[in-house]
Design a protein around this ligand. Structure first.
Ligand code: C2E
Ligand code: CA
Ligand code: CA
Length: 422
């Protein structure tokens, strides 16, 4: 590898073949470790490529200085290294080496006028316990590294359960990508009602996945997956197209109803998000007042300034934004005042526990008052009983949504419900 002077991936494969052959002959064992620097992209992005290169060279030097003559360290590419440890037969032995390496990396590195401390994640596969082929060992060490990184564990030894989980996740990801293309995602609609007039005031679109093998999957089983991969944009835009088409159909049948669509925090990171929303509404031929977007309070607080700008741009498009799951994040009054939102939705946990916990009714009352003092409409979600609805009404809450009124329904069922409750 020209940058670090370490051997590269090709040499590693060669060495692995050798030790595997020798291992089979002499019943010897070894450990294969994959080490990946945490947050390397941030260093590159904020300090520049030169600093990034320097960091990789420093990491390489430190790794080599801590290894034995018989060990081999290679750079696999990017910020990923592999280390071959002959004679290491158990997880405990590998862990000792890994901890030692992680500790040397943590000593500050000077990059220009900065001192940065590096952390990394290590995964280990053992020969022959976790595989006796080059490809299998590399894959298993990589799986372990991935799990170590995901769980912020620093170091993990491969277990067969990791493999299965990885396979499942990958399969589900491929399936989801196809589902978005093939129309296997469907929307259910749940009404909200106006607590003063008792009339329907809108619908929230809630996505479901009609999976060919696993059946109807709730969003909790695939939205997080979409958020971790590149699929959150396509999913949100797909849902938005379906909702816009439905909103237009209702408008053409002379019974217009605003539809709320959920937006993930990840969507707000997309610089072209607002533009895409505008284009989708235009293509669907639907008035922007008929689509609302819901963003959770937590998502807003992840990058408050960016969120504020996005919401401002959306409201200029005529698209109203509601803060979802309000009460679970930590937004301040000052921040809320700056946001061009139209509504807040009280998190259902508070509404559902109003009857049980006095604290929760105090919270609900405060949120209603806070919302009104900022000139916002307030929705109570998770209304499961007539009592909860009555309490919300008495607190001056504007809208209600929940199983007591209706569960989310597919479009035909929703139409029937609406007719019965007109
Ligand atoms: P959410 O936005 O808070 O949506 C309300 C969830 O509460 C829905 O669950 C709904 O079925 C449920 N719910 C409604 N009334 C009641 C009630 O009275 N009691 C109880 N216990 N639950 C009630 P669902 O459909 O499983 O959706 C869960 C979450 O998944 C949503 O929470 C939302 O965050 C996310 N989600 C759903 N559809 C989409 C989507 O199209 N895009 C994105 N990004 N997220 C979505
Ligand atoms: Ca919502
Ligand atoms: Ca909610």
């Amino acid at each position: 590898d020209p940058l670090t002077g370490l051997p590269n991936r090709i040499l590693l494969q060669d060495r692995l073949l050798q030790v595997i052959r020798a291992g089979r002959r002499e019943a010897a064992s070894f450990a294969l470790m994959i080490l990946d620097i945490d947050g390397f992209k941030d260093v590159n992005d904020s300090l520049g490529h030169q600093a990034g290169d320097h960091l990789l060279q420093e990491v390489a030097t430190r790794l080599v200085s801590r290894l034995r003559q018989s060990d081999t360290a290679v750079r696999l590419g990017g910020d990923e290294f592999a280390i071959l440890l002959p004679g290491v037969a158990h997880g405990a032995g590998a862990e000792k080496v890994a901890r030692k390496l992680l500790r040397t990396l943590e000593e500050p590195v000077v990059l220009g006028d900065r001192r940065v401390s590096v952390t990394a994640s290590c995964g280990v596969a053992l020969f022959p316990a976790h595989g006796d082929e080059v490809g299998v060992l590399l894959r298993h060490a990589d799986r372990a590294m991935y799990e170590a990184k995901r769980g912020r564990r620093g170091f993990l030894v491969f277990t067969p359960a990791m493999d299965e989980e990885g396979d499942n996740r990958l399969r589900l990801q491929v399936d989801l990508e196809q589902a978005i293309g093939h129309g296997d995602l469907v929307l259910h609609y749940q009404p909200t009602i106006d607590l003063v007039t008792g009339k329907i005031s809108g619908a929230e679109a809630l996505v479901r996945w009609q999976h060919p093998v696993l059946g109807m999957l709730p969003p909790a089983q695939f939205v997080p997956l979409a958020e971790r991969t590149h699929l959150m944009g396509p999913l949100t835009f797909y849902v938005l197209r379906l909702a816009a088409t439905q909103a237009r159909a209702w408008a053409e049948q002379a019974r217009p109803l605003p539809i709320a669509v959920n937006v993930s925090a990840v969507n707000l990171d997309d610089n072209e998000f607002v533009e895409s929303v505008g284009r989708i509404l235009q293509d669907a031929g639907v008035a922007s007042e008929l689509i609302e977007l819901e963003v959770t309070e937590t998502a807003l607080m992840r990058d408050p300034e960016r969120a504020q700008a996005a919401i401002q741009a959306l409201s200029e498009l005529g698209v109203r934004v509601a803060i979802d799951d309000f009460g679970t994040g930590y937004s301040s009054m000052t921040y809320l005042r700056k946001l061009a939102v139209a509504k807040i939705k009280i998190d259902k946990s508070f509404v559902m526990d109003m009857g049980v916990s006095r604290n929760d009714s105090v919270i609900v009352r405060s949120i209603v008052d806070l919302g009104h003092s900022l000139g916002l409409k307030v929705v109570g979600e998770g209304v499961e009983t007539a009592e909860a609805m009555a309490v919300l009404a008495s607190l001056g809450c504007d809208y209600a949504q929940g199983f007591h009124l209706a569960r989310p329904m597919d479009a035909p069922a929703f139409d029937r419900w609406r007719q019965e409750h007109a």
